[in-house]
Write a protein that binds this ligand. Structure first.
Ligand code: ADP
Ligand code: ZN
Ligand code: MG
Length: 521
C-alpha cells in the first residue's frame, strides 16, 4: 500500500489505536503455577506436569519471582502497584488450553495507570501531520526542530496470566488451520508466566505504535524480564484500530489485528487497517467489529474464519489461591532493584559523551549494545567515545546485520574495538587501514594489534622516509609539477594519491600531505 494513501486518509480521518502486548517472562526458570522449566522449543510435550496439563486434583502454586517481575515491569512504566490483588479464572474452550480455563487477572491486575513516552522523528513520511492538538504533547521539548515530537501513551494495566500451549496445524499452508488435515497440540508452553499489557487508545499513527512497541521492548530488555523474541513469540503485539472523522469525539468501531511478528508488520498492518476502515466508511459502509489476521506475505489483513463471538468468559476468583497483598515497603524494595532504563541511559550518553540523540538512542535501546559500548569506552577513555559509537553504528552494525547475529556473538569484542580505535588514535594505522583491520578481525577473530604486526600494516609517519618517496614521485612527473607551480594547486590530491600508492596505503595521510605541500612549495 503506497504511503501517500495513508497520508491522504489521515488528513481526513483520525486513527485511534490501542495495543495489547503479551510478553512471556522468560527470566523465570519455572512456569507460573508449577515447577516445569520455561524454555523455547524442545521435543513436544516433554516440559509438562499434572498442574500445567490441568489434570484433576492438581493444585497451582504461584511463582513469586514472576509476580515480582510483573511488579518491576509496572514500576518501570510508571504504573500504580496494587496492594491487594488476585487471580481469576477465565473460561473458554480451545484445545491449546488443557484446563478449559486460563488463570488470569480480571478487575484486580497487579499494575495499572502507567505511561510510556514515545518519540517520533520528524522525517517519518506519512506520519508528520498536523495532529490538531489531539495528541497529549508533553514537556517543553515536545516538538523538536525537525518536526519530531514526543507523546505520552497511557497504560491501562499490566496483568499476569499463564500462556497457552501451541497448536500445530498439519497439511495446510503456513501452519494455518485452513486446509489442514489435522492439528497437533504441544503443551510445553502451557503455563509459562505471561504479562499482558493493555494501552489506552492514545496512539494515533502506525509509526507511534511501532515506536511504542520498540520502546516497551527496550524497557523489558533493560529489566531483563524477557528475551522479547517476536519471532519465537515471547513478545506478541495485537493492535486495535479504528478511525473517526477529524474533529469527531466519538470512537469508531474497532478491529483487532493479530499475528504480526515484527515491528515492520505491526506498522504495516495498522496502516493497512486504517486505510481499509476509511474506504469502508467512504463508501457508506459500516466497519464490522472483528478479529483479523495479518498476512505478511500478501501484505493484507483478512477476517478470521471463525468470527469471534462476544465472549462471556464467566470470570470468577481462582478458588485454589488466596489473594495477594503487597505492603508499600516491599514495593519500594522492588523499586530499588530497577536498573537504568533506556531513556535515562540515552540522556547519559548524550550528556557524558556528546553523542547525537539518534546515535545515543541506538546504543541505549538495547542493553547488550549499551554494555558493549560502555566496556569499549571504559578502555579507550571518554574522549574517544564518539569513535567507538561510529564504529558500532557503522562497520559493526553492518557486520551484525549481514551475519544476522547479536552483538554478543560478534567476533570483534568490545576490547578488540577499543584496541583498534587506540591504534588509529596513536597513529599506528590510518583510518583507512583500520577498516581493513576491522574486516580481518571480524573474519578471523584475531586481535587488531596482531593483525597489524602480521601484515606489516604499520602506518609510516616518519617524515624522512616519506620525503624520499615524495621526491621520487615529483621527479617522475615534471610536467605536473610545473603545472602545479604555475597555480593549479588542485593537483595536490594527485601527488598525495601517487605517494600513497607507492607506500601501499601505509603513509600517514597528514604527514604525506604536509611533505608534498612542502616539497612542491
Ligand atoms: P475489548 O472489550 O474489545 O477487549 P477493551 O476496551 O478491553 O476492548 O480494549 C482493548 C484495547 O483496544 C485497548 O488497548 C484499548 O485501548 C483499545 N480500544 C478500545 N476501544 C478502541 C477503539 N474504538 N479504537 C481503537 N482502539 C480501541
Ligand atoms: Zn508443569
Ligand atoms: Mg478487553
Amino acid at each position: 500500500m503506497p504511503k501517500d494513501r495513508l497520508t491522504e486518509v489521515l488528513e481526513r480521518y483520525e486513527a485511534v489505536i490501542g495495543l495489547e502486548i503479551h510478553t512471556e517472562i522468560t527470566a523465570s526458570n519455572t512456569k507460573m503455577f508449577c515447577g516445569c522449566p520455561v524454555a523455547f522449543g524442545g521435543e513436544p510435550n516433554t516440559r509438562v506436569c499434572p498442574v500445567c496439563l490441568g489434570l484433576p486434583g492438581a493444585l497451582p502454586v504461584p511463582n513469586e519471582a514472576a509476580i515480582e517481575w510483573t511488579v518491576l515491569a509496572g514500576l518501570a512504566t510508571e504504573c500504580d502497584i496494587a496492594l491487594w490483588s488476585q487471580f481469576h479464572r477465565k473460561q473458554y474452550f480451545y484445545p491449546d488450553m488443557p484446563k478449559d480455563y486460563q488463570i488470569s487477572q480480571y478487575d484486580l491486575p497487579f499494575c495499572s495507570g502507567g505511561f510510556v513516552d514515545v518519540e517520533v522523528d520528524g522525517d517519518g513520511v506519512g506520519e508528520r501531520l498536523d495532529l490538531g492538538g489531539a495528541l497529549p504533547f508533553v514537556g517543553p521539548e515536545a516538538v523538536a526542530e525537525d518536526g519530531g515530537y514526543r507523546t505520552r501513551i497511557g497504560i491501562t494495566r499490566i496483568h499476569l496470566e499463564e500462556d497457552t500451549g501451541k497448536m500445530v496445524h498439519v497439511g495446510g499452508s503456513e501452519g494455518r488451520i485452513a486446509g489442514a488435515t489435522h492439528s497437533l497440540v504441544d503443551f510445553n508452553r502451557a503455563g509459562t508466566p505471561l504479562m499482558e499489557l493493555v494501552t489506552e487508545p492514545d496512539i494515533r499513527t502506525p509509526e507511534e505504535a511501532r515506536r511504542f512497541a520498540q520502546k516497551l521492548r527496550a524497557i523489558w530488555l533493560a529489566l531483563g524480564v524477557s528475551d522479547c523474541n517476536m519471532e519465537e513469540g515471547s513478545m506478541r503485539v495485537d493492535a486495535n484500530v479504528s478511525v473517526r472523522l477529524r474533529g469527531s469525539a466519538e470512537l469508531g468501531v474497532k478491529s483487532e489485528v493479530k499475528n504480526m511478528n515484527s515491528f515492520k508488520s505491526l506498522h504495516d498492518a495498522i496502516a493497512y487497517e486504517i486505510v481499509r476502515h476509511a474506504e469502508v466508511l467512504d463508501s457508506g459502509g459500516v466497519v464490522v467489529q472483528e478479529t483479523r489476521h495479518w498476512d505478511a506475505g500478501a501484505k493484507r489483513t483478512s477476517g478470521l474464519r471463525s468470527k469471534e463471538e462476544a465472549h462471556d468468559y464467566r470470570y470468577f476468583p481462582e478458588p485454589d489461591m488466596v489473594p495477594f497483598t503487597f505492603d508499600p515497603a516491599r514495593v519500594a524494595e522492588l523499586a530499588d532493584r530497577l536498573p537504568e532504563l533506556p531513556d535515562a541511559r540515552r540522556d547519559r550518553y548524550m550528556a557524558d559523551y556528546g553523542l547525537p540523540k539518534r546515535d545515543a538512542s541506538l546504543l541505549a535501546d538495547d542493553r547488550e549494545t549499551g554494555c558493549y559500548f560502555e566496556e569499549a569506552v571504559g578502555l579507550v577513555g571518554d574522549t574517544d567515545a564518539r569513535q567507538i559509537a561510529n564504529w558500532m553504528l557503522g562497520d559493526l552494525a553492518a557486520l551484525l546485520n549481514a551475519e544476522g547475529i547479536a552483538i554478543g556473538q560478534a567476533r570483534v569484542t568490545a576490547a578488540m574495538l577499543a584496541e583498534l580505535v587506540g591504534l588509529v588514535e596513536d597513529g599506528t594505522i590510518s583510518g583507512k587501514q583500520a577498516k581493513e583491520v576491522f574486516a580481518e578481525a571480524a573474519r578471523t577473530g584475531d586481535a587488531p594489534g596482531a593483525i597489524v604486526e602480521d601484515r606489516g600494516m604499520r602506518q609510516v609517519s616518519d617524515a624522512g622516509a616519506i620525503e624520499a618517496v615524495v621526491q621520487g614521485v615529483l621527479d617522475a612527473h615534471p610536467d605536473e609539477v610545473a603545472t602545479y607551480r604555475g597555480g593549479k594547486t588542485g593537483l595536490l590530491g594527485f601527488f598525495v594519491g601517487q605517494v600513497m600508492r607507492e607506500m601501499r596505503g601505509q603513509g600517514n595521510p597528514a604527514v604525506v600531505n604536509e611533505v608534498v605541500r612542502r616539497l612542491l612549495g
